[in-house]
Design a protein around this ligand. Structure first.
Ligand code: PPS
Ligand code: ADP
Length: 211
């Protein structure tokens, strides 16, 4: 019974893992954490997530990208863009990211995540220090709309998509994010370097120190 702890439901128990997070981190030579990218559609989240993933791999660090478009093809395919479903989308992402961080990986999430409360709930879900970075891609709507790589803004302006973030649905800017970046911060590669410098400075690209 040592490894069993009673949860809030009397019928569901928590089974403790024998291999600890720290053991996995030592094996991987890094610390598990979550980098949360947020911003409007077209602000560059997926591009930055990919650059980060590549830059980390080139340093022999293991990361994994959870991307809004991709998760909505599978795990979250039953969710729409209502306030309630966006909240559920982000809650599930937070739970999955928590597992990835526990596995010792650097988990990069790329979701509009328009509501402050949903983002803060994910922050609270993770042990202190694991949710290390909220990166806000502060790109004006006019620029995102000009980019419009999927033609969605055009459809939203034409009224063919309802509830599109930035057009007829809100985006709540972060008050307290760790990094804010915009078009003035250079290329996606340069932005990835900024994030990696931050990670390095906080010791996430080295294994934990054990006594
Ligand atoms: N109504 C509406 N509003 C916003 N975005 C929409 C909408 N409908 C479809 N899309 C496409 O879905 C992508 C956003 O999915 P997310 O899971 O990141 O959204 S959210 O965090 O739940 O708000 C988003 O992808 P990105 O452009 O990569 O952000 C869009 O391509
Ligand atoms: N820093 C940047 N400067 C200029 N264009 C960019 C930058 N980052 C991304 N882009 C371009 O903007 C468009 C949207 O980028 P994307 O990463 O798909 O955004 P999101 O995932 O936030 O929707 C793409 O065409 C991409 O090439």
């Amino acid at each position: 019974m040592d490894s069993l702890k009673l949860l809030s439901s009397p019928k569901i128990f928590w089974h403790k893992s024998v291999v600890k997070k720290q053991d996995r981190e030592i094996a991987l030579g890094q610390k598990g954490c979550v980098i949360w990218l947020t911003g409007l559609s077209g602000s560059g989240k997926s591009t930055l997530a990919c650059k980060l993933d590549q830059a980390l791999l080139s340093r022999n660090k293991l990361s994994y990208v959870l991307d809004g478009d991709n998760l909505r093809h599978g795990l979250n395919k039953n969710l729409d863009f209502s306030v309630k479903d966006r909240a559920e989308n982000i809650r599930r992402v937070g739970e999955v990211a928590k597992l990835f961080a526990d596995a010792g990986l650097i988990c990069i999430t790329s979701f509009i995540s328009p509501y402050r409360n949903d983002r803060n709930l994910c922050r609270k879900l993770l042990p202190p220090g694991d949710f290390i970075e909220e990166v806000y891609l502060k790109v004006p709507l006019s620029i995102c709309e000009k980019r419009d790589p999927k033609g969605l803004y055009k459809l939203a302006r034409a009224g063919k998509i309802k509830g599109f973030t930035g057009i007829d649905d809100p985006y709540e800017e972060p008050y307290d994010c760790e990094i804010t970046m915009g078009v003035e911060n250079g290329t996606p590669e340069e932005m990835a370097t900024t994030v990696i410098t931050f990670l390095d400075g906080r010791g996430y690209l080295a294994p934990p120190i054990t006594m």
